[in-house]
Design a protein around this ligand. Sequence first.
Ligand code: GUN
Length: 287
Amino acid sequence: MTARIIDGNALSSEVRGQLAERAAALIAKGVTPCLAVILVGEDPASAVYVRNKVAACEKAGMRSLKDVYAPDVDPAVVFKRIAELNADPTVHGILVQLPLPKHFDAEAVLEAIAPEKDVDGFHAENVGALMQGNPRFIPCTPYGVMKMLESAKVPLKGAEVVIVGRSNIVGKPMAMLLLAQSCTVTICHSQSKDLAFHTRRADILVAAVGRAKMITGDMIKPGATVIDVGINRIADGPNAGKLCGDVDFETAKEVAGAITPVPGGVGPMTITMLLANTLEAAERTAK
Ligand code: GUN
């Protein structure tokens, strides 16, 4: 049997359509939702992500600001810009693209963003709120995954979930969100013993490690839902330059019940939920 495909592009267009309507209603009240994006350095992948985020804002009728700094910029310049954006009432969301160059204290940068404008949900105050089950902003990638599970009507209560990856951006917040839906959650990582032992028990398997095709069909429980958060570029061979996930799609789709593809799965949903958080931030200021 071949797995059902959970189509992130289709769900994204549907949700973005709804967001554009909400944005238009807010604009009619005199508030134009605005996202400010800061990019430091010349990492090509980060540049593409930022370009896509800005383009998605414009398409949904929202405003965006983009500040790009040289890789060797003095962090004080970036802190000053964040302070300006914090104080600007026409800016509703602020996002600093990660990773930052090594001479930056990334944690201090995230803490400098006003929590009510932290649409990534990375500020310690917002991380704490999520952990307490009372989120202000849900980090965009895990938020997108939750929307995909909901739209695919995947049962969550009591489900065995295995998350591979323990990052602050995906693995940890993903665990909190699924726990809040009464899943039994296991987080695996690079030091986990016998990874396949864990993954084979999962009703829902979330792969977020950043290693191309590391989850193969033999590591998946028949009928499981497989969510592939990875975005890796194939280095060589006939498919060099193409994108692939952390899951080996060809073998996984023969075992899984439902699966997200790469590209066209979680990726578009991440940007969609960034728009949702920005709009939400703007709506809160208009209340
Ligand atoms: N780098 C990779 N993913 C993300 C994300 O969701 N937000 C930010 N700010 N940087 C990232």
